[in-house]
Design a protein around this ligand. Structure first.
Ligand code: ADP
Length: 543
């Protein structure tokens, strides 16, 4: 648990309470003292009034020197419970009469006055002017007593009276001193002090209670909510809001906090989105690099293979020509037994097959520079179809053509492009031994600047594991001579080289059992004045 003096509310409450305590105590003290003064003044006035009444009522008796009556009156008044002592002093300070008989005849202003205290007599603490002596003195028990002394002045009637004439030059004849107990004043002041202290303590408690309640409700609680919220924000938990509806500064702070949280959440969302986009872009670029890499490897492989093949093919061509010539001679020589002539025919057929392979190898290796002219691609495709239509019809293959109208002529080597189309159409037909549908479509992609040819069949398709290999030289799945299916595996690699030399690209999508789609994209170069190398690269794509 947190110690109260360490919390904000604790510090605030303790400081404010201390200030309040000092202030209220100070005011209570001043108040009590002031009221005590008022009580004391009232008592002094009362005693003084009493002294004057005694002097007035005894004046006549004094003139006539009726001392017994005067003393009797003083005794009667002195019996009142509030009156402690009444005495008459002459001008020398001799106590001429006192309601305390034992002090009659003594001097009040002699040093022996000290002795009076030991005999339970009052001692003057102060000596105010004779005109009006008002003193607070203490008796031997320490109780406060109010002493008021009234001067008795000489008057003309006194100096002329027959009884005891006072000389006219004497001013003061004596004094009357009345002492009254201040016990009641003390009780009243005590009661008042207790009431004021009780009131001050209650007021202090109420104010402290209000302070604690207000600081808790207006400061501690809202600050606690803000603290909890800021901890959540630090942990990036940004879905919550601080709920504070006050219109004061803390309410404004809470609203700022909520706005800041919203902005942070928005920024976090954008950051996440950016990261995801970046990841997707990195993946895309990685795939592109991998593709370009494989294309590069393939190109290098093809180039070195081409050189090798060109050498071998050239060397084999001459012996093959000799074999074919002698086999033909043997096959046509009627002097030979028929079995031997049949064997010679087999040699002829196989040699022709070898010669065909060598021819394709040379085509593959030649990497000849295309002789480009502005030609219509639909026309080239139609020429290709014209060669193959008959065979396709025999195999019950339906051919569908769809060319966008107004396709522009583009810069191509028509012989080489026809060779590409023948390879693809023948492959498609071979993939549909039991008939099917072959669709050929062409359109222009003006955004990418390509003329796109799509050759689609619904044949047996290409197995997933073979798809990356079909453009490799000598890769073939057609090795069933019994079924009349033999392939060299050079058709697509030659086609690939041709399209590459045209600055185009080939794509393929295939699914086993559903069919295959080849896409050939050739640059939309519509002017012979422009050199081919200025056109888009020969990206090769496998779908
Ligand atoms: P070849 O036709 O002599 O085998 P290609 O290079 O033309 O050589 O073709 C390579 C391989 O690609 C073929 O053996 C065949 O497996 C596959 N292929 C090409 N076109 C298709 C197609 N339309 N449908 C199914 N497989 C095809």
């Amino acid at each position: 648990m947190r110690l109260p003096y360490k919390s904000l509310a604790g510090k605030f409450t303790i400081c404010t309470s201390l200030v309040l305590l000092v202030t209220i105590a100070f005011f209570a003290y001043i108040n009590i003292e002031a009221l005590r003064g008022v009580f004391l003044d009232e008592a002094k006035d009362d005693v003084e009034t009493l002294s004057e009444i005694i002097l007035h009522t005894t004046h006549l008796q004094m003139l006539e020197d009726n001392r017994d009556i005067v003393y009797k009156m003083m005794d009667d008044v002195g019996k009142h419970k509030k009156i402690g002592l009444i005495r008459l002093l002459d001008d020398k300070g001799t106590i001429r009469y006192s309601t305390h008989a034992n002090e009659i005849g003594r001097f009040v202003d002699q040093p022996t006055d000290d002795c009076l205290s030991c005999h339970c007599e009052a001692i003057a603490e102060t000596f105010p002017p004779m005109e009006s002596r008002r003193r607070v003195i203490k008796d031997c028990s320490g109780a406060e007593i109010l002493s008021v002394t009234k001067q008795i002045n000489n008057q003309p009637v006194c100096s002329t009276a027959a009884c005891h004439v006072h000389p006219p030059d004497v001013q003061v004849l004596g004094a009357l001193e009345v002492q009254a107990s201040l016990h009641n004043v003390g009780i009243q002041a005590d009661t008042y002090r207790k009431n004021v202290l009780a009131f001050a303590a209650s007021l202090l408690l109420i104010i402290i209670g209000c302070l604690v309640w207000l600081t808790h409700d207006l400061v501690v609680q809202p600050v606690h909510s803000l603290l909890l919220h800021s901890r959540k924000v630090a942990k990036m938990e940004l879905d919550d809001h601080v709920v504070l509806n006050s219109a004061d500064e803390i309410g404004a702070l809470a609203r700022e906090f909520n706005e800041m949280t919203d902005r942070l959440r928005q920024a976090q969302g954008e950051y996440r989105q950016l990261t995801e986009t970046l990841e997707a872009k990195v993946e895309e670029r990685t795939a592109e690099i991998a593709q370009m890499n494989s294309q590069l490897v393939r190109s290098e492989k093809l180039a070195s293979l081409g050189k090798l093949v060109a050498g071998i093919a050239h060397e084999i061509n001459n012996p093959l020509a000799g074999i074919l010539m002698f086999a033909t001679l043997f096959a046509e020589d009627r002097s030979l037994p028929p079995e031997l002539r049949e064997d010679a025919q087999i040699i002829m057929r196989e040699t022709q097959r070898c010669a065909e392979i060598v021819k394709r190898l040379l085509e593959f290796s030649r990497n000849s520079i295309p002789r480009k002219k502005l030609k219509s691609l639909p026309v080239i495709m139609n020429n290709t179809m014209a060669l193959l239509e008959h065979q396709a019809a025999l195999n019950e293959i339906e051919i569908l053509r769809s060319y966008d109208p107004d396709l522009p002529d583009i810069l191509v080597d028509p012989n080489q492009i026809e060779q590409v189309f023948v390879n693809m159409v023948v492959n498609a037909c071979q993939a549909m031994p039991n008939g099917g549908r072959l669709s050929v479509a062409m359109h222009a992609d003006y955004d990418q600047h390509f003329l796109v040819t799509i050759i689609e069949d619904n044949g047996h398709g290409i197995a997933k594991e073979n798809l990356p290999k079909i453009f490799d030289p000598f890769f073939t799945t057609k090795d069933q001579p019994d079924a009349g299916m033999t392939g060299t595996g050079l058709g697509l690699s030659v086609s690939y080289g041709i399209i590459q030399n045209h600055g185009g690209r080939i794509g393929v999508v295939s699914e086993v059992g559903s069919g295959t789609t080849f896409t050939v994209e050739l640059p939309l170069v519509t002017s012979a004045a422009l050199p081919a190398k200025d056109y888009p690269g020969n990206l090769y794509a496998l779908g």
